[in-house]
Ligand binder design. Structure first.
Ligand code: NAP
Ligand code: ZN
Length: 351
């Protein structure tokens, strides 16, 4: 077994604290990665607090991982020792079903998607996976990404979840020149959505309940800012968006935002509030609106996103922290006080 050091929560009410644990041995198709940086996603917080149900404790979160390859299995050609590597939300899947074969491993029809943490590893030893708030990780090389050398390694980790989760639906819906895109919620996902939609050529309006973020939205590239506390401004934006990408992490009024869409406009949910959505049928019928959602992205698509970000020089805005600051960082994410993604410097686990 491979020895690991990480930060874990013992139950839904506990703070994260130092824990030593073991990972499975490297198989022929696997790589071992020394983790350099790990991003903090709001999904980590939802799962640590068991807001979606089914959390296995202790839980070591983290699915925005970059590091260096330190060992490769005998059948691995894709990487060599010393390569930069990234891991996102998945570390294995069946590989044979229609969805796995069409780069939708997150929807493996055999139900064998192995999530990076808090997931029973049905493709290997049936242990529960531990994530990236740790010094190393073992993953199937087919689920590991090449990190372009031109991207600042200290900032790149959040692309592995926040980046792909926003890139994937924008790409799927062919968002580009001539489209007006609203990005709802300026946090980790929201700020990536702004940067990527702008790079794709869209007109972008940041839709936020935090007026203090207006200046930052402009710096990120947003063309307009809609303060959702201002009824008059909301009125002005009625029937004006082709797309809204909704990154809000708490329950909110979907009917209100459906009213901001043009006829046949598309509301794309990527935020995952713990409570069910309440939708009034008339909110989608009037104007033949489309209400849809999107879950991360496939592995090849994640590589495409990394290459797209390298080409357009897109990186998240990050605050680099030591691992012992993780609990304060969680509170700041919950308080909407993150600019705009925390990244843990994993070297700090040795302190
Ligand atoms: P985050 O950094 O906390 O951003 C969420 C944003 O939601 C906040 O910055 C805030 O923006 C807005 N918000 C927060 N509280 C609010 C409130 N009370 N009322 C209205 N707006 C509020 O979170 P994140 O990491 O971007 O993740 C966002 C959501 O996406 C989470 O639910 C996460 O689990 C989910 N997620 C989904 C996928 C997927 O595959 N679909 C992948 C990753 C994450 P403003 O201050 O600008 O209003
Ligand atoms: Zn995430």
């Amino acid at each position: 077994m491979i020895k690991s050091k990480g930060y874990a929560a013992k139950d839904s009410a506990s703070a994260l604290e130092y824990m030593e644990f073991e990972r499975r041995e490297l198989g022929a198709n696997d790589v071992l990665i020394d983790i350099l940086y790990s991003g903090i996603c709001h999904s980590d917080i939802h799962q640590v607090h068991n807001e979606w149900g089914g959390t296995h404790y202790p839980i070591v979160p983290g699915h925005e991982i970059v590091g260096k390859i330190t060992a490769v299995g005998t059948a691995v050609n894709k990487f060599k020792i010393g390569d930069l590597a990234g891991v996102g939300c998945m570390v294995a899947s069946c590989g044979n079903c229609e969805n796995c074969k069409s780069d939708q491993q997150q929807f493996c029809l055999e139900k064998k998607t192995v999530w990076t943490y808090n997931s029973v590893d049905v493709m290997h030893d049936h242990s529960v996976t531990f994530g990236g708030y740790s010094n190393n990780i073992v993953a199937d090389a087919n689920f590991v990404l090449h990190v372009p050398e031109s991207l600042d390694i200290k900032k790149v980790a959040p692309l592995l979840c926040a980046g792909i989760t926003t890139y994937s639906p924008l790409k799927r819906w062919n968002v580009g020149k001539g489209h007006h895109v609203g990005v709802l919620g300026l946090g980790g996902l929201g700020h990536m959505a702004v940067k990527i939609a702008v790079a794709m050529g869209a007109q972008v309006t940041m839709i936020s309940h935090s007026p203090k973020k207006k200046n930052d939205a402009t710096l990120l590239g947003a063309h307009h800012f809609l303060n959702t506390n201002d009824a008059q401004e909301l009125e002005k934006y009625k029937a004006s968006f082709d797309f809204i990408i909704d990154t809000v992490s708490v329950p909110h009024d979907y009917n209100l935002y459906l009213g901001l869409l043009k006829t046949r406009g598309v509301h794309i949910c990527v935020g995952i509030p713990a409570a069910p959505m309440e939708i009034n049928g008339r909110s989608i019928m009037g104007g033949n609106k489309i209400l849809t959602a999107s879950s991360i992205g496939g592995i090849q698509e994640t590589q495409d996103m990394l290459n797209f970000c390298a080409e357009h020089n897109i990186l998240p805005e990050t605050e680099l922290i030591d691992i012992d600051y993780v609990n304060e960082a969680y509170q700041r994410v919950l308080d909407s006080d993150v600019k705009y993604r925390f990244v843990i410097d994993m070297a700090s686990i040795e302190k």
